[in-house]
Design a protein around this ligand. Structure first.
Ligand code: SME
Length: 315
């Protein structure tokens, strides 16, 4: 097994290290200081913020178990790539974001990951991409900090770690399966169980239009219920109807904090209070299904759910 290494600066290294320890294929993680102006810095020196060093985690991984592309996509999930020298509450150049490589052969994959992120954001990340100039391991008490201090400070949320576990399960369970219904069924079950939602499922774009004469949607395209977890649900939804039909029509994720406030919301269950619908794109870029998740509490979903669920359905 030939291991590889990559260096991620993503704000406070305690949380970044803890996050990457949860990725299958990551063999070791080392928080430290990268790309500063002198040798063997201490935490106190770096903290002064005039040394050029960035809090950075060296991630050593087995490329047969996790690709550099996946690591980089996961890295972008835990940073705000448009925020300069500030991640969460942590400010300063030592908390700048960056990906530093020790092998130039990694550059094309990293450039592709940065380009994909720029497209997703509609703007260029301020995250640095460049060669590693130097790296010094942080002091022993910073190593595995959140394992040693489980209630210690972490700028990443519990939701982030829950979604990482879901993502990892989906990545492992689906690795060998090509059947799309089986994949949707497994994703629905993993997301539902992992995040404890009220209703989690897919509506697929139906091959045939609504039956003639049956109702007002006659002859129009429809969504049809696919694999799901939770109480029984509506079988079919028209194009542009409800949250699902709107997400399909507009080909974008829709977050609804209060279903009562969404014009045309289709209430399959009166217990559903808030909702998120994420489109699933086929290889030709057209919407082939939507992932619909309902909560029995108001305002359950935000941009973090949107970002993770978009990543999960892209698998
Ligand atoms: N509320 C959805 C319908 C599907 S159920 O939530 C499962 C909508 O308005 O599209």
């Amino acid at each position: 097994m030939e291991l590889k290494g990559i260096y991620f600066a993503g704000g406070c290294f305690w949380g970044v290290e803890h996050f990457f320890k949860g990725v299958t294929g990551v063999i070791s993680t080392t928080p430290g200081y990268a790309n500063g102006r002198f040798a063997n810095p201490t935490y106190e020196q770096v903290y002064k913020d005039d040394t050029g060093f960035a809090e950075t985690v060296r991630v050593e991984y087995n490329p047969a178990a996790v690709s550099l592309e996946t690591l980089c996509r996961l890295f972008f999930m835990i940073i705000d790539p448009l925020s300069l020298n500030k991640q969460g509450e942590d400010c300063g150049t030592r908390y700048r974001t960056g990906v530093y490589y020790s092998s130039k052969a990694d550059l094309p994959a990293l450039e592709a990951a940065f380009a994909a992120e720029a497209e997703r954001l509609g703007a260029d990340p301020v995250t640095e991409l460049g060669p590693l100039q130097c790296f010094y391991s942080a002091e022993e008490y910073h190593q595995d900090y959140l394992d040693k201090n489980p209630s210690g400070y972490c700028h990443l949320s519990l939701k982030t770690f829950a979604y990482l576990r879901v993502f990892e399960k989906v990545r492992m369970y689906l690795a060998e399966e090509t059947d799309s219904v089986a994949r949707m069924a497994e994703i629905a079950a993993i997301v539902h169980e992992g995040m404890k939602f009220f209703w989690t499922g897919f509506y697929r774009v139906a091959e045939e239009s609504a039956a003639a004469g049956k109702h007002t949607d006659a002859g129009r395209p429809q969504l049809v219920l696919g694999p799901f977890q939770g109480p029984p649900a509506c079988l079919r939804i028209g194009y542009g109807r409800g949250v699902c039909g709107t997400a399909w029509k507009e080909a974008r994720t829709i977050v609804v904090p209060d279903v009562e406030q969404f014009p045309g919301h289709i209430a399959c269950s009166s217990a559903s209070k808030s909702e998120i619908v994420v489109p699933v794109f086929g290889p030709d870029g057209r919407v082939i299904a939507v992932l619909d998740i309902d909560s029995d509490r108001l305002a359950t979903f935000d941009s973090e759910d949107a970002k993770w669920l978009e990543l999960i359905v892209s698998l």
